[in-house]
Design a protein around this ligand. Structure first.
Ligand SMILES: [Zn+2]
Length: 346
């Protein structure tokens, strides 16, 4: 294993960030290459926890000559966001310098040429970081960007071109759903990692996904072990690692649908939320999802599902502003709440 620490200068003198990159060398140049990163949103740690389990397995495979394809791992992909606190609260989603989401506004390039990714001379540190991450992932066949939601099961986002031949990843990680996107998602990392290879038209070998590993509080030894093992078995199944003792990946039995099938249920008023559903519940059209309570002691404002579907995720907060997302429901048809393109969330 090669460990490299990339220095990213801050935007003013006196500050720099360290990006740790781990490289495991494969023995077979024809085997698929993999790239995994976690915590692009700073404090989303379930992916870091899974990598904590996966890294020793990769080290062992490399030492024993069982690593066929090269693997690059960036356990903390965003040292800038990781260090952003406002008073006692972590703020890892948006760069403080510009309010840009760390998982948006990546460079969209049309061929895998690293020269196209070089950050301009006067680029801010978040742009330099993005260029670095994109370059690290550029020649990988398997690109996994490990995130998490507020509360929910494991699930995936991926380009529609890669579904359903990437169902092995969903099965290996025991995903509750797979959401595919066509066109743009505001230049998220997965979109930007896939775009240079779009013109090849040959996608069987390629997997590019945003992996949502449960909720932000699901960080601990049991989920880490399960997810780390799932990632390992996926890599074995894809021929990156040779390990006949690894349990094979079974079929995926969950939903794989366009992300436009997701109903984003939003709060019609601000106040306190009482939820009547939880992730994993199946709801009917018109079913009560939550009550919003703007004035305690006064009647609450009911919030209903528009269409039937599976409750995929639920927000952790109970103090909710008007317009905030309450739950995501995966339906069987395009949602009336769907936007034309772009990411599901800001
Ligand atoms: Zn995230």
């Amino acid at each position: 294993m090669d460990k490299t620490i990339v220095t990213i200068p801050g935007d003013m003198p006196g500050l720099s960030y360290s990006l740790t990159v781990l490289r495991f060398g494969g023995t077979d140049p024809k085997a698929p290459k993999a790239y995994l990163q976690a915590a692009l949103h700073g404090n989303e740690l379930p992916g870091v926890a899974a990598l904590h389990v996966l890294i020793p397995k990769l080290r062992a495979a490399e030492a024993e000559g069982r690593l066929k394809g090269s693997v690059t791992v960036v356990p903390f992909a965003n040292p800038i966001g990781l260090n952003q606190f406002q008073w006692d609260d972590h703020q890892g989603r948006f760069f403080y310098g510009s309010r840009t989401n760390f998982n948006r506004a990546f460079a969209l390039i049309d061929r895998p040429d690293p020269k196209l990714l070089a950050a301009p001379e006067a680029a801010s540190c978040d742009r330099r970081l993005k260029a670095e991450l994109q370059t690290l992932a550029l020649d990988a066949d398997l690109v996994l960007d490990l995130h998490c939601d507020n509360e929910g099961p494991n699930y995936l986002y991926m380009p529609a071109e890669l579904w359903p031949h990437s169902a092995d990843l969903a099965a290996a990680l025991d995903c509750g759903a797979v959401l595919t996107f066509e066109g743009g998602t505001d230049a998220s990392f997965d979109e930007a990692a896939f775009r240079p290879h779009l013109a090849t038209g040959n996608f069987e070998r390629r997997v590019v996904a945003t992996v949502e590993l449960k909720g932000i509080h699901d960080v601990g030894p049991e989920t880490a072990e399960k997810d780390g093992d799932g990632l390992y078995r996926f890599l074995v199944g894809r021929g990156v690692i040779d390990d006949t003792s690894a349990a094979p990946v079974g079929p995926f039995t969950g939903k794989g649908v366009p992300q436009s099938y997701v109903e984003m249920v939003r709060a019609p008023v601000g106040g306190m939320a009482f939820f009547h559903v939880k992730p994993g519940d199946v709801v009917k059209a018109g079913q009560l999802v939550a009550e919003m309570i703007p004035v305690p002691g006064e009647p609450s404002v009911p919030v209903h599902a528009v269409a039937p579907g599976l409750v995929l995720t639920r927000v952790l907060a109970r103090a909710i502003r008007i317009g905030d997302d309450l739950v995501k429901i995966v339906g069987d048809t395009r949602s009336v709440t769907a936007k034309d393109g772009g990411a599901l969330e800001s």
